[in-house]
Design a binder for this molecule. Structure first.
Ligand code: FMN
Length: 185
């Protein structure tokens, strides 16, 4: 099983990473994590290359991520909630998935040949609104060719750090179980 994680948190020992650590300990196989704040991948510049070609014109670290994405089994979008959305760098990284949308829309080609499962992990301080972030994360999963299987969240991190949030960690374990069972024969 191969899992690709897009991590939108700048905090190396923060809440999102705490939930990701739980997930990672519960799923077998290879895991590749792309940290949006530290990956040096440029945003999409809407150059329209992928309207006519299948590739992306920007030759940077995303080329390797595309290869992995096209051959993995699971994709996880994990992010703190910033102003009810995903973080800016994660959106910037996610904009490079536009290639898949454009190739499908303008050339009628689906670049994903195999089934993929997608899940979302969110952390928020406590204002309670996560729907916008979730809906954007689901949009990124859709463009990554994934079938959405669910989310887990720690939404009161101002008062309860994610690594102490038993309910959120239980949700993450359930999510991991769904990912595992999605690949059982
Ligand atoms: C710029 C900024 C905007 C934020 N906006 C929200 C928000 O809209 N809703 C919310 O619940 N928490 C918000 N927060 C709080 C973070 O989502 C919260 O602290 C989260 O647990 C941080 O996760 P991390 O430790 O993985 O980076 C915001 C934090 C920052 C720095």
């Amino acid at each position: 099983m191969r899992t690709l994680i897009f991590n939108g948190s700048p905090r190396k020992n923060g809440d999102t990473v705490a939930l990701l650590n739980v997930l990672k300990s519960e799923i077998p196989g290879e895991i590749r994590q792309v940290d949006a704040y530290f990956c040096n991948i440029s945003p999409c510049s809407d150059c329209r290359w992928c309207v006519q070609k299948e590739t992306c014109a920007i030759k940077d670290g995303m080329q390797e991520v595309y290869d992995y994405l096209e051959n993995c089994n699971n994709v996880i979008i994990a992010s703190p909630i910033y102003f009810s959305c995903l973080t800016g760098p994660l959106l910037s990284l996610g904009s490079r998935l536009q290639r898949y949308y454009a190739v499908k829309r303008f050339q009628g080609k689906n670049l994903f040949s195999t089934k993929k499962l997608g899940a979302v992990i969110l952390c928020g301080g406590g204002d309670g609104s996560y729907q916008t972030a979730l809906s954007t994360a689901r949009c990124l999963l859709r463009e990554s060719g994934c079938e959405y299987i669910g989310m887990a969240a720690a939404l009161n991190t101002d008062t309860l750090r994610a690594d102490n949030d038993v309910a959120a960690k239980t949700e993450v374990r359930k999510l991991a179980k769904r990912l595992r069972s999605g690949w059982e024969d």
